[in-house]
Design a protein. Structure first.
Length: 245
C-alpha cells in the first residue's frame, strides 16, 4: 500500500528535508513517527529536498507499508508522534505508480520579506527584512523576466551535478500581502538554490542597485559568476506541489 502525505513544517531547527548523520531532519522525524505508529521501517520519499532553515506549507512525500491501513489515520497518528514544528495536513492512499518526486508537474515556492528599517524579533526566522523604501513595482517587473522556458544556469549554486539547467517558469511575481512582500514563482522544476538566488537579485533591483537590463543580462549570461547573491533560507517556503495540469 502506498501512502501520499502533505506536510507543513517550520524548518528553523532542522538540517533540511534530507536525512543526515547525527542531525535532525524532516524526513528522519517522519520516518521515526511512522515506525512508532505502525511498527514498520519505511523509506519516506519527498517531492524534493529543502535546505536547512527552509519551510513548507505543502511538501509532498510518499511511503509504502506492507498491509492495508486507513490512510486518513496517518494525519492524527503521525502528528501525535511528530514535533509541533512538523504537521501532517493530509494523507491518502495512492496507486503504486505515484511518485512524490517524479510524478510532480509543477512546484510553487514563496519567498517572504517584510519592510522595516531593522530586523525585528517576530519574523526573524520566517522572513527577510528589506528597507521601507524598496521599489516593489521594480521587483515585480524584474520577476516577470524569469517567466518562460530558459537556461537558468546563472541561478544555480555550486555543488549541484545537474547537467540540464533549462527550466520553464510559468508565473513569477512580487506582491504586498498583509505584513509581507512575497515573491511567488511556479515552475516545472528548480535548480539548487535557484529561488534564493532569484530573490537576492530582486532585492537588489528593489534597492536600485541593479536595473531590469542587468537582470536580462544575468539571465542571458548563463554564468553563476554574474549573480553571486544568495538570500537566506529563512524566508523560503515550498508552497505547493502540483501533480496534474
Amino acid at each position: 500500500m502506498r501512502v501520499k502525505i502533505t506536510v507543513e513544517y517550520d524548518g528553523s531547527d532542522f538540517c533540511g528535508w534530507q536525512v543526515q548523520p547525527a542531525k535532525k531532519s524532516i524526513q528522519g522525524e517522519i520516518t521515526q513517527a511512522i515506525k512508532a505508529m505502525i511498527g514498520e521501517d519505511v523509506v519516506v520519499v519527498g517531492s524534493g529536498r529543502t535546505d536547512a532553515g527552509v519551510h513548507a506549507f505543502g511538501q509532498v512525500a510518499h511511503f509504502d507499508i506492507s498491509r492495508d491501513f486507513p490512510a486518513c489515520k496517518f494525519v492524527s497518528g503521525l502528528n501525535y508522534y511528530l514535533p509541533k514544528t512538523i504537521r501532517i495536513i493530509d494523507a491518502e492512499e495512492v496507486s503504486a505508480d505515484f511518485h512524490a518526486r517524479f510524478s510532480a508537474k509543477r512546484k510553487t515556492y514563496i519567498y517572504r520579506m517584510y519592510l522595516a528599517e531593522r530586523e525585528g524579533a517576530v519574523y526573524r526566522n520566517f522572513a527577510l527584512n528589506i528597507q521601507p523604501d524598496t521599489d516593489i513595482q521594480a521587483m515585480d517587473a524584474a520577476a516577470r523576466l524569469f517567466v518562460g522556458k530558459k537556461d537558468f544556469r546563472s541561478f544555480m549554486a555550486s555543488g549541484s551535478d545537474v547537467v540540464n539547467t533549462e527550466r520553464e517558469v510559468f508565473t513569477a511575481s512580487v506582491e504586498v500581502k498583509g505584513d509581507f512582500v512575497e515573491f511567488t514563482v511556479t515552475a516545472d522544476g528548480f535548480l539548487y538554490n535557484m529561488v534564493r538566488i532569484m530573490t537576492a537579485l530582486l532585492v537588489k533591483v528593489g534597492a536600485k542597485e541593479l536595473s531590469l537590463s542587468d537582470v536580462r543580462n544575468i539571465i542571458e549570461a548563463k554564468d553563476r559568476n554574474t549573480a553571486k547573491f544568495l538570500a537566506p533560507a529563512k524566508g523560503l517556503y515550498l508552497s505547493k506541489v502540483i501533480y496534474s495540469r
